[in-house]
Design a protein around this ligand. Structure first.
Ligand code: PMP
Length: 406
């Protein structure tokens, strides 16, 4: 086989489908989120509209100071795996903070949200004898890969469809171990799972629940504990999983659960055991962000106001978007080449950065621009975004929502 020819052909196929990923080479500016310099394009100043630093905590002085302070006191790296010298006091404090955030006995850190899902789900599914995993059809790749890796039997339930979930649960003997894996806020459509009803079914059929709150932690609930906190359901979930890389502005992932479950994953998950611990300064920064968002709702409220404003304006000018109850605004384009073109023109002519979301991240035909307003986008930023989208929609003769076409 000519290996290089194979690689080149595969990449060319992606390019012709409009699905080849091109990174924006950005330099974020300390304290100036959502502004950045596009190093890949004549050092142009851009406004970022697609970041998962949802609340701007990655630039928050409290977080930056905590990280500086930690580096000054304890240095750069953790120096080892958690088991072999890499557990620093910052990790211990952060795990306590996370357990408290979710009202659980214990929490366990991983190097990313991806790894936490892969390792925790993979370990539970593999090690609990005869475990059946019942997984929502739109679950994130990290959950899917973890479940696959476990080699446990799995069944997929139709996205957020309680009748389908119950059908799958009811087929199984009541005493068979079952694990229902799902998310609270789904990252691409921004819809929210019926967590209470899922917990009711889990109780009825004697199943465990594993909830990914990656897009909700820090964002919802009086202390930023996520949708489960907002709905008063944290104690009904077996495992809550989250990230430190989105609303908390840094990086890392975690699970929160009972002491024994966490100790079990800690003891058996290779994705936890055999990898270097997060740098202590990262743990310190995340801890500062969590503590801040436990007591301050300013960021959440301001962000929700910005989201409402962008939605209203999209509605007024008839740009098609998914109407959902979350902070994620998917503007629907429905074609990978057009989606990439819109993103390129927004960047080139308007200094607006929105990464196109194409297959396989979303199904073919549902390509979109995923907009995530933050508390620090100004009214002028919003005006600039909406007028650019309006111009482009007219220029490319893209479909409008029926309301505005009248
Ligand atoms: N779960 C979901 C639902 C996600 O969308 C993501 C990443 N976008 C992850 C887990 C992985 O989190 P992290 O980025 O911290 O690895």
């Amino acid at each position: 086989m000519n290996y290089d020819a194979f690689f080149e052909q595969s990449l060319n196929d992606l390019k012709s489908e409009g699905n080849y990923r091109v990174f924006a080479d950005l330099e974020r500016h300390r304290g100036e989120f959502p502004k950045a310099t596009n190093r890949g394009d004549a050092e142009k100043e851009v406004t970022i509209w697609c970041s998962n630093d949802y609340l701007g905590m990655g630039q928050h002085p409290t977080v930056l100071n905590a990280m500086h302070d930690a580096i000054d006191r304890v240095g750069a790296g953790a120096g080892g795996t958690r088991n072999i010298s890499g557990t620093t006091h910052h990790h211990v404090l952060l795990e306590r903070e996370l357990a408290d955030l979710h009202g659980k006995e214990s929490a366990l850190l991983f190097t990313s949200g991806y790894v936490s899902n892969w390792a925790a789900l993979g370990t539970l599914a593999a090690k609990i004898p005869n475990c059946l995993v019942i997984s929502d059809s739109l679950n994130h790749a990290s959950m899917i890969e973890g479940i696959r890796h476990s080699k446990a039997e799995r069944k997929i339930w139709k996205h957020n469809d309680l009748a389908d979930l119950e059908r799958l649960l009811a087929e199984q003997p009541l005493d068979r171990p079952k694990l229902i894996a799902f998310e609270s806020v789904y990252s691409m459509d921004g819809d929210i799972a019926p967590i209470r009803e899922i917990c009711d079914l889990a109780d009825k059929y004697n199943a465990m629940t594993y909830l990914d709150e990656v897009h909700a932690v820090g964002m919802y609930g009086p202390r930023g504990g996520g949708i489960a906190e907002r709905e008063g359901l944290m104690d009904r979930l077996t495992v809550i999983e989250g990230t430190l890389g989105k609303a908390f502005g840094v990086m890392g992932g975690y699970i929160a659960a009972s002491r024994d479950l966490v100790d079990f994953v800690r003891s058996f998950a290779s994705g936890f055991i055999f990898t270097t611990a997060l740098p202590p300064a990262v743990a310190a920064g995340a801890c500062a962000a969590i503590k801040h968002l436990k007591t301050s709702s300013v960021e959440r409220e301001s962000q929700q106001a910005k989201v409402a404003k962008v939605r209203d304006r999209l509605e007024q000018i008839g740009i098609p978007h998914i109407d959902n109850p979350s902070h994620i605004i998917p503007v629907m384009v429905g074609d990978p080449v057009k989606c990439k073109f819109l993103s390129d023109v927004l960047m080139r002519d308007h200094g607006i950065y929105i990464q196109p979301i194409n297959y396989p991240t979303v199904p073919k035909g549902t390509e979109r621009l995923r907009i995530t307003p933050s508390p620090v986008h100004s009214d002028a930023d919003i005006d600039a975004l909406l007028s650019a989208l309006e111009d482009l929609w007219a220029q490319c003769q893209l479909q409008r929502m029926p309301m505005a076409a009248q």
